[in-house]
Design a protein around this ligand. Structure first.
Ligand code: PRP
Ligand code: URA
Length: 211
């Protein structure tokens, strides 16, 4: 899809793992592990523009100048519930990241997002935010989550999902053209119930065993 802020992260390991995530015979434990692994691989890719700053350290041999990631700590924001399934994988790469939470669920009849929780670290305006949710379906939940972050002054937001539907990409990219969106896979369409086809089913239910 031709939106400048939308990228599918293409990598053989991501595609391989996504196949087993989609497979309905993958048990809950394996599903969660694979979601974490794909989230970690994606995080490696989407943080490659993070700025660096020089620091001086001492190795066992001598003093030297080297570089570390500069700026304030990153904030990860999972959209509850299913976004929680991706947090641990990203924290393995960015252990110092703060974690906020946005509670939203999709009303099964209207498919509209219903908001029930919002908590992010204080003084977050200048931090880099990574919003995470496995599924971008209609786009309603991700759009509402970014609306909420922008309302409190957050400026630097990236959105990361495992699987996106074309309908959700279009809605999101038109609503928030300044927010970069990264997906591991772009699927065909939504079905009549608003599920992504072929997708992976209900991400929250598969992660938490609630169906
Ligand atoms: C799922 C998913 C997204 C949303 C995507 O959550 O994790 O948050 O649906 O759909 P949309 O793009 O059409 O808004 P769900 O509402 O099932 O809640 P849950 O994570 O609590 O199961
Ligand atoms: N939410 C999910 O968990 N799966 C979909 O396919 C769409 C929305």
């Amino acid at each position: 899809m031709n939106y400048p802020n939308f990228t599918v992260i293409s990598h053989p390991l991501i595609e391989h793992k996504l196949t087993f995530i989609r497979d309905l015979t993958t048990p809950k434990k394996g599903f969660k592990e694979l979601v974490d692994e794909v989230a970690m691989l994606m995080a490696y890719e989407i943080t490659k523009d993070f700025p660096l700053e020089e620091v001086e350290i001492e190795t066992p041999i001598c003093k030297t100048k080297t570089r570390i990631v500069s700026g304030k700590k990153v904030v990860l924001v999972p959209i509850l519930r299913a976004g929680l399934g991706m947090v641990d994988g990203i924290l393995k790469l960015i252990p110092s990241a703060r974690v906020g939470h946005i509670g939203l669920y999709r009303d099964h009849e209207t498919l509209q997002p219903v908001s029930y929780y919002f908590k992010i670290p204080p003084q977050s305006e200048d931090r880099d935010f990574i919003l995470i949710d496995p599924m971008l379906a209609t786009g309603g939940s991700a759009i509402a989550a970014v609306d909420k972050l922008k309302e409190v002054g957050v400026k630097n937001i990236k959105f990361m999902c495992l699987i996106a539907a074309p309908e959700g990409v279009k809605a999101f990219c038109e609503a928030h053209p300044d927010v970069k969106v990264f997906a591991a896979g772009l699927d065909e369409k939504l079905n009549e119930n608003g599920y992504i086809v072929p997708g992976l089913g209900d991400a929250g239910d598969r992660l938490f065993g609630t169906k």
